[in-house]
Design a protein around this ligand. Sequence first.
Ligand code: CTP
Ligand code: MG
Length: 585
Amino acid sequence: MRICASFRKTMASSFAVCRLHMRGRASLAKCLQKTDAFLHRSIGTDVVIARAEATRSDESDEKNGRKSLHTLHMERQEQAERSVLISCQSSTNEKKFLKYLSKHGEINKYFFYESYGVYAVVEFANQESVTSLLEGVAIPGGSHESAVPFKSRLLSLRNLGSVDSSNQLSGRQCQPQTTIPINELIKRLSREESIDKQISSLTEAYQLTEENSRLRFLVCSLLKDIATAYFPECTIKPFGSSVNGFGKLGCDLDMLLDLDSITGRNVKLPKSGLSLEYQMKRANSERAVTQSILSVIGECVDQFGPGCVGVQKILNARCPLVRFAHQPSGFQCDLTANNRVAMKSTELLYLYGELDPRVRSLVFTVRCWARAHGVTSSIPGAWITNFSLTVMVLFFLQKRTPPIIPTLDHLRDLAGPGDKSVIEGNDCTFVSDFNKIQLQSNTETLEQLLGEFFEFYATFPFSRMSINIRKGKEQNKPEVAPLHIQNPFETSLNVSKNVNASQLDRFVALCQESAWLLQQSETSTPRGGGAGGEGAPTPWGLATLLLPSQVAGIKSRKKRRREPASERIKGLLESLKNKNQLKKS
Ligand code: CTP
Ligand code: MG
């Protein structure tokens, strides 16, 4: 479920917009103190020591403008607990609305957005304000339909009095929750002066906003309120592109039902003396337990979850999940459980993205390019996934001279005792302290890297070699598959097992074409109507690469005058032409 297109207009912020990856956040220490106190109560001393270590390294990271994903999670989860989501009427007076809510306590932040109507996210300074607010909330009545009496923090604002037309919500500023359409992006990029600026501009336009990130954590928190009916200590955490730094506005919301505090994974048992243990029902395997939990929670989401529609239980998948649309946020949601390796790969991607700003920019650009040409798709199939593409970009950056990012094996070697993690026999250990990671000095520009990325994969020996970010070197393929990308943690798995030969061929052909286009001065320099110019600017540089017609095929280029491309690319284009001719004959 996506937010309707008419709401995609960029609207100004009602308060200063900062980004998910913003540097130097305030009130972190306060939040961590609370976190430690909570962990002490609910988990035990060992975890607190590990957390204290993490906190120290986080404090020094924060000085350097970086924080761990764990800290980000804690901070956002805590904000979400103090927040409510309110469906508003467009005739409501904004000032009155805030005044009405402020009766329950100080409001830290609020923002409006549109998704099947106008919604407000309101974050109070204190949790008690939410309790106080909910005490005064009425049960809906007066309809011919009966309501399921499940109370949540998703509310509707009713205005029973007269309508005040002087300061209506219609004048409010709404936060965009989806990306600008591709045509608009192409125009925007065409006005930039350099390809480097185009890449930064694309990243800026597509990345998740502060508000969108808050909304994602709020949806997790609302779902947690359903799951805690059965599992009071559980949490629901976002993973994947919602939090790994590579999420695009409108991307799906992957969630993990975390039961670790109940399953005993984090609890130390006494070694001697009397103790009690819970009697618990047993199933044949951990997978069977996950399936039964997701089945029940999925049923509750379907039957009781306000705003949750189209619930599908996909329990026989390799990773069982419940899929649904959360209408008030517009998010397509995937709820999984016991999926701790995916959380680790999310942490890893987040870490790589924080190491060097070029990582995120290149990933965003390649993902956007791939989507524009149908290399990736929102429908599952034989396409390359965004996750695979991201790993391919990381691998490419490890292969630069000198490398821009280290290998996963190197990150494992830098790990401290608190970083040790083995999940289902898989070594998922890697360093979490950014300060221990020494980067080499590589000064390549984004423009150079983009061109080199296309050349790299235009010539990669896919038929023989596997992509391996653990080693930072291609390895002999362990199995027959058109594209083999080793899963970073479950090393016997191929991340791109789904990709068929024709999709890989298309990807390679598009890389060849795009590399060639970037080498043409006609494409790689700004054309008329550049920055400040009037009218629709002529696409150039990255904007050209996003135009499907430009990267369409080699046939159309035969007639055009060519400039010398690199020898390698020329050879490749020749071989591709011959291949096409052979196919036709
Ligand atoms: N994942 C994984 N192995 C896979 C597929 C996914 O470990 N074969 C993990 C990754 O951490 C990934 C997350 O599951 O980030 C979510 O998967 P998916 O939604 O497919 O990818 P995203 O990275 O979230 O990208 P998108 O924006 O397309 O949703
Ligand atoms: Mg996802």
